[in-house]
Design a protein around this ligand. Structure first.
Ligand code: TMP
Length: 254
């Protein structure tokens, strides 16, 4: 990992300078955290699985005409992405009441929502990602009304598409979080899907059993965390050949 200049280190990923200008290498760690970094841990093999799962989902989303930062997977833990100017918002889409929404409004987890609800949070570790309104976003200049319209339209298309995709493999997409970035080419600016989509930032419940197949297994100490991530990859048909044995790789690629 010392062979390239590190640009940024987050809780679950590291970004390195890419091989060509305008590109970055996104490295997926096994590290995980929850509750604003108060709970930390490691999920063995998570980085390998999320690299694959996010590659798969970004490619499918790209095929339906939604631009993404994804270029290609490089190896077990790394993917090449376009360098974008990250819009400092976490966009959360909810189809079913769970997590902080259930808590905030006193709803029983699992209650279907009358329609999907989109929320915006300001990306700030020091402020614990506060929930913000369009007023805050435009007044503080984090995004323009036009950016927000585009983000909303892309997000709803992603939600419809992913809900159907996961339903097809027996999983309910309860909620998820996405991030977008601005991609500049010559005089043009395009808003593209960035970061990752994986069981780290989705809630996925088994349709039949209601079992949680996502990071809530870590957050709530439900056990079998690795197995849940593996099962999502298996159902998507992308579990690395040879199964978990194939996931270690040489130390330089870990
Ligand atoms: P929440 O119910 O805790 O607000 O989470 C909603 C969704 O957003 C859930 O699928 C998990 C995801 N999420 C992240 O990806 N990163 C975060 O920092 C938080 C708080 C939630």
């Amino acid at each position: 990992m010392a062979r390239r200049r590190q640009i940024y280190e987050g809780k679950a990923k590291v970004l390195f300078e890419g091989p060509e200008p305008g590109t970055l290498v996104q490295y997926f760690k096994d590290d995980t955290s929850a509750f604003s970094n108060k709970k930390k841990g490691t999920i063995t093999g998570k980085g390998v699985l999320n690299n694959r799962i996010s590659e798969y989902l970004m490619l499918r989303i790209g095929e339906m005409g939604i631009p993404t930062h994804f270029v290609r997977r490089l190896n077990m833990r790394e993917q090449l992405v376009r360098e974008v100017e990250i819009i400092p918002l976490e966009i959360v889409v909810r189809n079913v009441a769970a997590g902080s929404l259930a808590q905030r409004f006193g709803l029983t987890e699992g209650t279907p929502l009358p329609r999907c609800i989109v929320e915006h949070y300001f990306k700030s570790d020091t402020l614990d990602d506060p929930l913000v309104s369009e007023e805050h976003i435009t007044a503080f200049g984090w995004a323009t009304p036009q950016d927000l319209d585009e983000i909303m339209s892309l997000t709803l298309r992603i939600n419809d598409f992913l809900s159907g995709l996961f339903l097809g493999i027996g999983l309910r997409l309860v909620d998820f979080r996405v991030e977008f970035g601005r991609l500049y080419t010559n005089d043009d600016m395009q808003i593209v899907l960035a970061d990752e989509i994986s069981p780290d930032n989705c809630r996925l419940w088994d349709i039949k059993t209601g079992e949680r197949m996502d990071k809530d297994r870590f957050r709530r100490d439900l056990g079998n965390v690795e197995e849940a991530y593996q099962e999502v990859a298996r159902r998507l048909g992308i579990l690395p050949e040879g199964g978990p044995r194939d996931m270690k790789g040489p130390a330089t690629m870990q």
